[in-house]
Design a protein around this ligand. Structure first.
Ligand SMILES: Cc1cc2nc3c(=O)[nH]c(=O)nc-3n(C[C@H](O)[C@H](O)[C@H](O)COP(=O)(O)O)c2cc1C
Length: 322
C-alpha cells in the first residue's frame, strides 16, 4: 500500500484498537501498523442528518458538507473517532489506518476525507452486504454496490485505501480480482461475521465464536494463496492467525501483511512481540534475509486453474479417508 512497516504483523480493527493506550502498547510490542476500530456508516449518516437539520437544509450536496465540520456534536461517536485518529497520529510512529464499515453507496463516503484530514495514513473500508438479503435484485446488482462505494470513497481521498471483504460472493476469485483493479491499494481477506448458536436448554439464540481459533486460519490462507499474483494490489490476511507459525504461513501464501485481533484478546497485546520473535527465529533457521525471499513461495500462482486443482485435492482427500 506504499506504507513502510517495521513488521508484517498488523493489529486488526477491533474494540482494542479504539483506545490510545492500547495502540501505544501495540506499537511497543512491535506491531507494524494499527487499524483503528471501524466507524459505522450508520454513525456517520446519523451525524450528517443531525448537522443537516442544524443547517436547516435537508439533503445537502457534497460541497456543502464542508459546513458539517463546525457542527459535529463534540459528544458524538463521530467526533470521538476523529479525536482517536488525531491522537493516534500524534502519539504513534507506526502507520495509523482508519476504518469505516459501510454497506451502501451514499453520502457518508464524504467522511473519508475527514479521516484523511486528521492524518490517517490509510483507510480500510470494511464493506459487508449481508448475503441473506432476499430483497436484493441480483448478485450482479448487489456486487455493484461494492464498486460504487469504492469509487465514491476513492473520489474523496488521496491516501491509500484498502478493502476488507467477506468470502460470500458468487464467483469469489473474479470478484476479488475486479475489486483489486479499482484503484485500491490493498485487499484484506477476510472479514469475520456474527454467527448464531442455540442454547438448547433455554431455547435462546446466542452469539458464538466471536473470537477465532487457529483452525479458522484455513479459509484466508487458501484464498491469499489463490489470489497471490492475481490481484493489482497488496494482500493482507485476516482471520485465525494466533501465533508466529500463522504469520509465517500467511507470508508463504503471499500476504504482504498479516492482521491479528482474536489473539490480542486471548493472549494480550504483548503477543505481537512473540509473533515477531518466532518469525525472525524461523527466518534465521531457514537462512532467509528478507520477507521477499520466501513470500508467496507456497501460493497457487503457478497453478493455472485453482478451480481444477481444488477439485482434484477435494476428491483425493475425501477418498483417502478410510
Ligand atoms: C471484538 C471484535 C471487534 C471487532 N471490530 C471490528 C471492526 O470494528 N471493524 C472491522 O473491520 N473488524 C472488526 N473485527 C474483526 C477483526 O478485525 C478481524 O477481521 C476478525 O476478528 C478476524 O481476525 P482474527 O481471527 O485475528 O480475530 C472485530 C473483531 C472482534 C473480535
Amino acid at each position: 500500500m506504499g506504507l513502510e512497516l517495521s513488521s508484517p504483523v498488523v493489529a486488526s480493527s477491533s474494540e482494542l484498537t479504539n483506545k490510545l493506550d492500547n495502540l501505544k502498547k501495540l506499537e511497543e510490542a512491535g506491531a507494524g501498523a494499527v487499524v483503528l476500530r471501524s466507524l459505522f456508516e450508520e454513525e456517520i449518516l446519523a451525524e450528517m442528518e443531525r448537522t443537516e437539520t442544524a443547517m436547516q437544509r435537508p439533503g445537502p450536496t457534497f460541497p456543502e458538507m464542508a459546513e458539517m465540520d463546525d457542527l459535529i456534536d463534540p459528544e458524538s461517536g463521530v467526533a470521538d473517532y476523529l479525536e482517536l485518529v488525531r491522537g493516534a497520529k500524534k502519539e504513534l510512529g507506526i502507520p495509523v489506518i482508519a476504518s469505516i464499515n459501510g454497506m451502501s453507496a451514499q453520502k457518508w463516503t464524504y467522511f473519508a476525507s475527514k479521516l484523511e484530514e486528521q492524518g490517517a495514513d490509510a483507510l480500510e473500508l470494511n464493506i459487508f452486504l449481508q448475503p441473506s438479503d432476499f430483497q436484493a435484485a441480483s448478485a450482479a446488482e448487489y456486487e455493484k454496490i461494492y464498486f460504487d462505494i469504492i469509487n465514491m470513497v476513492l473520489d474523496q481521498v488521496s491516501i491509500p485505501v484498502s478493502v476488507k471483504v467477506s468470502f460470500y460472493f458468487t464467483l469469489l476469485a473474479q470478484t476479488l480480482q475486479a475489486i483489486s483493479k479499482t484503484g485500491i491499494k490493498g485487499l484484506v481477506l477476510f472479514n469475520r461475521f456474527f454467527n448464531p448458536d442455540y442454547n438448547v436448554e433455554d431455547l435462546k439464540i446466542v452469539p458464538t465464536n466471536v473470537l477465532s481459533t487457529p483452525s479458522d486460519l484455513a479459509t484466508s490462507l487458501k484464498w491469499v494463496a489463490i489470489m497471490n499474483g492475481r490481484v493489482d494490489c497488496d494482500l493482507a490476511a485476516s482471520t485465525g492467525v494466533h501465533d508466529g507459525d500463522g504469520v509465517i504461513k500467511q507470508l508463504l501464501a503471499g500476504a504482504n501483511a498479516v492482521q491479528v485481533a482474536s489473539t490480542l484478546y486471548r493472549n494480550g497485546l504483548g503477543v505481537v512481540s512473540e509473533l515477531n520473535d518466532r518469525l525472525v527465529a524461523w527466518m534465521q533457521e531457514k537462512e532467509y534475509e528478507t520477507l521477499d525471499d520466501f513470500r508467496g513461495m507456497l501460493s497457487q500462482q503457478s497453478i493455472g486453474n485453482p478451480a481444477a486443482y481444488d477439485r482434484v485435492q477435494f476428491v483425493k482427500n475425501f477418498r483417502s479417508m478410510k
